[in-house]
Each structure stands twice: as C-alpha cells, then as structure tokens.
Design a protein around this ligand. Structure first.
Ligand code: URP
Ligand code: ZN
Ligand code: ZN
Length: 469
C-alpha cells in the first residue's frame, strides 16, 4: 500500500521545505518535489505542515494511584493521543513490592496488548533494588525497556533512598539505560502535609502549599550530584515545574554534565491560581509537582528556548472529578476533606501538540523547528528510538501528521477524546490541528474520525539514549 502526501511543507527539527512524501508500507520511501502518483493513495497537504508524529515519553494509562486507577486505558488514551497528533507514547510500568521488574513489564504489556492504537514503549518504575533486580535492569535494557523511573517523593509508596538511586544510576553506566527522576524532597513534603492537616487545612490548594518549589530544587540538585558521583552519568528529570529546579539543570549542563529535563504543558500554561478556583475545583490540578506561581512559566519558556529543557511530555494521568463518569469509580473526590487523598495527576495527552504550537510557536516563544524537536525528535533520541521515530526521512517509520496551521478550535471536555470528565484548559481557544495522522503508513485519524484499530499499536523495543543534545 502506497500513500503520497502532496504539496505540503515538511517541518523537521532541522528543516522547513516544500516536498511530497511517498509512503510505501510502513516506511517513508521517497521525499521530493512533484513525485509521480503511480497508484498511490493521495493526501492533499497543500497549505499544511507535514510533521513527524508526536512522541509523548511520559504517560500513565490505568496507573494505580491512591486507591483508584488513571481513567484512560491504553485504548482510550492512545486514541486520544492520535487525535492530538501523537503517534508514540512511553508509559510507566510499576514494580510491585516484593516482585520482579520483569513482572511489572509483563503486567503493563497485558494492559497495552490488544488495546494500544499507536506504538508504545515502556519505562520501568523501580521501587526495590536488590542484586537480583540490578541484574534484571540489564535484562530489561536488552529487551528494549531502556529507561527506569525512580522517585525521591511519596515515602512508603514510591520513594527510594539515595543509596538506591546511586546504585541504579551506576548500573545504567554499565548497561546503557537511562534513569528518569521524580525530583521532589519527599521527606520534607511529608512533614509539611502532616502539619497542614493537623492545622485543619484540607482544601486542594494545600497540595501545592505543602510541596514548595525549593523541595524540587533540592531534590534536582541531589539527583544530579548522585549522577556526578556515579561517574558523571546521564540523568533525566521528569515533569520539571519550578525555576529552582531549572536552575540546577542549567548549572550542571553548564558544567558539562549530561543533564536532561522535560517539562509539561500544565507548567507552561497553568499556575497556582488554578488551585484557588471555587469549591473543590482546585482538585482538577492536583498533580506532583504542583502548579507554580505564574512567574515560573517565563523561566520554563526560556529554558525550552535555550535547550536547558529538551523535551515537552504530558505526564498524562487523568482522574475524574465526578463519580460514575462512563462507569468509573470515585476518583478526585476521594480527597474531599483531605487534599492528601486526591489522586495525583491530570489529563493532557491529546492537547500537548496544539498547546505547544499555539502558545509556543504562534506565541513566538519557540520556533517551528523547535516545536518538533521538543515534542518528537529529542524524545526519540533520548529514549532510543531515533531515526526510526522522531523525523521524516527515507527509511523512517511513516508516523506523519498533516498539521493544519489555520484551524481554530476551543478545548473542551465536551469534544476531547480522553476518558475524563474535565479538561484543565476548558474554553481555551487554540489555533492548529492534526487533520490527518498516519502511524506506520496507516491513516488512523482522518478529519475528526478515528479510522485505525485498537490493538494495532506495537511495542517499541528501544535502545540506549543518543546524548548529543
Ligand atoms: O501527579 C502526577 N505526576 N501523577 C503521576 C505520577 C508521577 O509522579 O508522575
Ligand atoms: Zn513523577
Ligand atoms: Zn508521571
């Protein structure tokens, strides 16, 4: 099956140029001006951008958290991702206490297989690390699970100590994996939470008030120091939200260390003020790290423009506000009367590309090329998928989005495809839209319709990070 994308403007991390793209089977076969149709299905991309599919390296489909599960599964979440122009995700498999890392991966494969509509990779969240698990890390890297998340927060649930972090980072120096760090000082946060609850502060805003940006700055510094002591090894900070943490990334990068970090749209477009919304509505934004005062946004945008931040992911982890939505159980409401029981996380897998295009490119904060670099190319490089994913080049997977730069729409839970009953950006007007989405050569979204199949997404066996950036 051949498809010819005609007359569009190809945008990659490096180039902007007018050319046709011929897709043969799952791959890009030819790029050139005026390519002959010769039996191919034609897609008219005139006046539109032809971009590599988005890669979201931070999602949590069906994540168990605080007595419930994230409301999107691999079917609903990946279809929503496709509507937004994302064609690959990397989700987090969680090691159970007393269990192997391999069993975590098997459990997540079971959640994904037969459901994922786009290609998916897996990171492994490590909660316990004895000698056997260290050996398992090597095996997972060989099996294509080449990244591991560790937590410096959530004591008793996810948090690991510095010795564990040090051992894990050291091991990646030998096996070619990459450690992704949730950097918040969990011990300090726990003290602050207990104090707030004792003083009867129960509303959602106290989630943010008990997780100060300094707790993120301190943990980020400690994480990079540990990576430095392990032999100046690469380390990737996930969901960076605060200027204090960014300052540390910059410091270590300026000193020549392989220090990397992602931020997420919520930290660029939302702020602490959202927690002040009436009633229990602040719970919509309960995520960790929390939203910060507005001035942090400018710092993060500067970080993106100057490459101190290299990736924009979503940390997509939706929980419903109302019990019973599409048959789902009580989720955010578990924390009515106690902010510390509100499941942490918010939806975003569908809106990442458009928010970054509208607020970033059209807002003149980043260039068109940088938009692609942040949302597709660097994610592919850092997580071992480049050049198969993350660019439009002969031989690459034909994960391609025909992006209409002119369409204006209003973000709303009424029209989004994520299985969650609210949208953090409700009512926001944005320009730009994924008109047609191809995943490995197959059209899966065509003008507001999902035309792919659930379960067609394949597991992405990933390699070691490419650390040039
Ligand atoms: O609040 C968040 N971020 N929930 C998902 C888990 C995590 O820490 O990434
Ligand atoms: Zn995290
Ligand atoms: Zn996360």
């Amino acid at each position: 099956m051949k498809t010819l994308l005609q007359g569009g403007t190809i945008v990659t991390a490096a180039d902007i140029y007018q050319a046709d793209v011929l897709v043969d089977g799952e791959k890009v076969a030819l790029i050139g001006k005026g390519l002959p149709v010769s039996g191919a299905k034609e897609i008219d991309a005139t006046g539109k951008y032809v971009i590599p599919g988005g890669i979201d390296v931070h999602t949590h489909m069906e994540l168990p958290f605080g007595g419930t599960f994230a409301s999107d599964d691999f079917e609903t979440g990946t279809i929503a991702a496709a509507f937004g122009g994302t064609t690959s995700i990397i989700d987090f498999a969680v090691q159970s206490f007393g269990a192997t890392l391999t069993s975590a991966i098997e459990a997540w494969q079971k959640k994904a297989r037969g459901k994922a509509a786009i290609d998916y990779g897996l990171h492994c969240i490590v909660r316990e690390l004895d000698d056997e698990r260290l050996k398992e890390m090597d095996e997972l890297v060989d099996a294509g699970v080449s990244s591991f998340k560790l937590f410096m927060a959530y004591p008793g649930v996810f948090m690991v100590d510095d010795a564990t972090i040090f051992k894990a980072i050291t091991r990646t120096g030998e096996n070619g994996g990459l450690i992704c760090m949730h950097a918040e000082n969990g011990g300090v946060i726990d003290v602050l939470i207990k104090k707030a609850l004792k003083e009867k502060h129960t509303e959602p805003k106290w989630h943010a008030l008990t997780r100060p940006p300094e707790a993120e700055g301190e943990a980020t510094n400690r994480a990079f120091r540990l990576a430095e002591m392990a032999g100046r090894l690469p380390l990737y900070i996930v969901h960076l939200s605060a200027a204090q943490a960014l300052e540390q990334v910059r410091l270590f990068r300026d000193r020549g260390l392989p220090a990397y970090a992602e931020t997420c749209p919520q930290y660029l477009f939302l702020s602490y003020d959202n927690y002040e919304e009436p009633g229990f509505d602040g719970a919509k934004y309960v995520m960790s790290p929390p939203l910060r005062p507005k001035w942090h946004q400018d710092e993060l945008w500067k970080g993106l423009a100057r490459n101190d931040l290299q990736v924009v992911s979503t940390d997509h982890c939706p929980f419903c506000m109302t019990e019973g939505y599409q048959g789902l159980p009580k989720q955010k409401q578990l924390g009515v009367g106690d902010f510390s029981k509100i499941p942490n996380g918010a939806p975003g897998v569908e809106t990442r590309m458009v928010l970054l295009y509208d607020g970033g490119v059209l807002g003149e904060r980043i260039t068109l090329n940088r938009w692609i670099e942040l949302t597709s190319t660097t994610p592919a490089k850092l997580f071992g998928m480049f050049p198969r994913k993350g660019t439009i080049a002969v031989g690459s997977d034909a994960d391609i989005v025909v992006w209409n730069p002119k369409t204006t729409s209003t973000i709303s839970a009424k029209t989004h495809h994520m299985r969650v009953d609210y949208n953090p950006y409700e009512g926001k007007q944005v320009k730009g839209k994924a008109d047609v989405v191809l995943s490995r050569g197959e059209v899966i979204v065509d003008e507001d319709k999902f035309v792919g199949k659930k379960g067609r997404g394949r597991f992405l066996k990933r390699g070691s990070p490419i650390l040039q950036t």
